[in-house]
Design a protein around this ligand. Sequence first.
Ligand SMILES: Cc1cc2nc3c(=O)[nH]c(=O)nc-3n(C[C@H](O)[C@H](O)[C@H](O)COP(=O)(O)O)c2cc1C
Length: 157
Amino acid sequence: MAKAIVIYYSRTGNTKKMAESVLEGLQKENVEAALKDAASVDVDELLKYDAILIGSPTYYGSMAAEVKKLLDDSVKFHGKLTGKVGAAFSSSANTGGGNETTILDILNAFLIHGMIIQGDAQGDHYGPVAIGSPDNRAIKECLRLGERVAKLLKKVA
Ligand SMILES: Cc1cc2nc3c(=O)[nH]c(=O)nc-3n(C[C@H](O)[C@H](O)[C@H](O)COP(=O)(O)O)c2cc1C
């Protein structure tokens, strides 16, 4: 069975709620999935997952330092994450507040690792975004991300 990890950083709970829905989407499609706060992830763990999904609040148009630290620490496995599936999501305070640039910054690191990224032609194109606490639309996007990553894993893992 394919394994995925949903990693998030969240100070006020918005990104955590998104992460829980992404997890639910993965589990609905029978992927064994873990949910962890970025600070509690040991970088060595990343190797054992087929998919790595990261959510961050938008801080000044990019990811929180805690998420960046994990990605910087992942240089230890540069080249070893190739072929894993990656995905990202973000919560910001404002529309146009930089949630998509935050997602793209995370995906950028995943691409440099050689990971597989799937865009979305119908839903949030780069990954789910929420303004503040995720509303029904954002929750649906998070569930959809989990389900789509699970379906992709069935093809590539
Ligand atoms: C240091 C800091 C920087 C932030 N920068 C932005 C920003 O550039 N754009 C924006 O829309 N919101 C910004 N916010 C607001 C958060 O992205 C927003 O409150 C988010 O929903 C918090 O997610 P959380 O509940 O998971 O912590 C910032 C918040 C903090 C604390």
